[in-house]
Structure formats: C-alpha cells, structure tokens
Design a protein around this ligand. Structure first.
Ligand code: TMP
Length: 206
C-alpha cells in the first residue's frame, strides 16, 4: 500500500530548482520529508556522480546515458521506494525527465529508446508531481558562471535543445509536469511551488 509522495524537480542547470527544493522542504517541516537527488544519492550514487560530472576524458553519449540510468535504478530501489512506502514525501532533484531532455533532446539519442530504458530503471515508480523550472538559456548559463562541470560545459546550443525538450515533455504530460517561470524572484517562485504542492496534498492521504 503506497502512502507517501514522490515529487521531482527538473530544469536546465542554473534554473534554481535546488534552492526551491530546500525552501519546499522547510515549508513541509511538519511532514516526514526526504531530500534526495539524481545523480548522486548516498553510496553508489555519489561514485557515479563523480564519474559523470568530473571525469576529464571523453565519455560516449551512450555510456553517459547508462551511467545516469544505473544511478537511477539504484536510487529507486534503495532510496525512493523505501521512503515512499514508509509514508515520506520524497523531494528529488532531477529524475527521468533529465535523461529525456539531456541525453534524448540534447545529445540526440533516440527518444523511444531513452523512454524504454527509463522504464526499466524506475521499475514502475512514477512521480506524483514534477516541477519544471523554465528559464531562458542565457540567464541560466550566466547563473552557472565560469566554473562549469563536464555537463555544464556542453554549450549554449545543447542547452537550447535541453530546454525545448523539457517544454515538449510538459506539453505531452500536463497532468504530471507543471511549468514554473523560473525568471521570477525566489519568493515568487516558492509561492508558485507551494500552490502546486498544496493542490497535490489535498488529494493525497498522508
Ligand atoms: P545537477 O547539477 O543538477 O545535480 O545535475 C547534474 C548534471 O547531470 C546536470 O548537468 C544534468 C545532468 N543530467 C543528465 O544529463 N541526465 C540525467 O539523467 C540526470 C539525472 C542529470
């Protein structure tokens, strides 16, 4: 019997989603909340994250995809599912839509393949709500600054494709994926997040 909630935070690097995840966790302080992320939850995830973001030689696009997917399978089995089953609200920084947007739309890997591999990695788990923080690429790249990791160094063209990919995902799944204008102030964005999460809480039985 499922009891908790699974909420994912998505958007291009520099969109401000991590800050919003922290603010939402504080807002939900009366609930049992688990903050987590992909890639890089505790344990194996941290090691995979290190390779994905800091490996300084070339990584093939397919190998990159499998590393993100391996991290996801481990994360779902060892972290997300046990927490949701225990009644927690899981706030997850990035999930399946990142692979569709970055490896699918960004790197150009066949979208159907990516979706099928995502299905294998999540083994039936679906987010109850996905918050997509949308912002123009120039602004998000300026926020990232000069110290870019391996993924962030992919260039403006790549990030334009990632953004379009995310918007396409939201168009196809409007029930699950809610677009949030991430060009607003931190406080305004937080208010929008709270409205959407409160709507979800009304229908959930926590
Ligand atoms: P972060 O900086 O938001 O933690 O994300 C790590 C980087 O990994 C970010 O550039 C997005 C990228 N990423 C993918 O390309 N595919 C994925 O499936 C995930 C989860 C992240």
């Amino acid at each position: 019997m499922e009891r908790g909630l699974f909420i994912t935070f998505e958007g291009a690097d520099g969109c401000g989603k991590t800050t919003q995840l922290e603010l939402l966790a504080q807002y939900l302080k009366d609930y049992e909340v688990l903050k987590t992320r992909e890639p890089g939850a505790k344990g194996l995830g941290e090691k995979i994250r290190e390779i994905l973001l800091n490996y300084d030689a070339q990584v093939s696009d397919r190998a990159e995809s499998f590393l993100f997917l391996a991290d996801r399978a481990q994360h779902i089995d060892m972290v997300v599912n046990p927490a949701v089953q225990a009644g927690k609200i899981v706030l997850c920084d990035r999930h399946t839509d990142s692979t569709v947007a970055y490896q699918g739309y960004g790197r150009g890997i066949d979208l159907d393949r990516i979706r099928k591999l995502n299905d294998i990695a999540v083994n039936g788990r679906k987010p109850d709500l996905t918050l997509l923080f949308d912002i123009d690429v120039e602004t998000s790249m300026a926020r990232v600054g000069n110290h870019k990791d391996r993924m962030e160094s992919a260039g403006i063209n790549f990030f334009n494709k990632v953004r379009q990919g995310y918007l396409e995902i939201a168009k196809n799944e409007p029930q699950r994926v809610k677009i949030i204008d991430a060009s607003k102030s931190i406080e305004e964005i937080h208010k929008n997040v709270v409205i959407l999460v409160e709507e979800l809480l009304q229908t959930a039985h926590l």
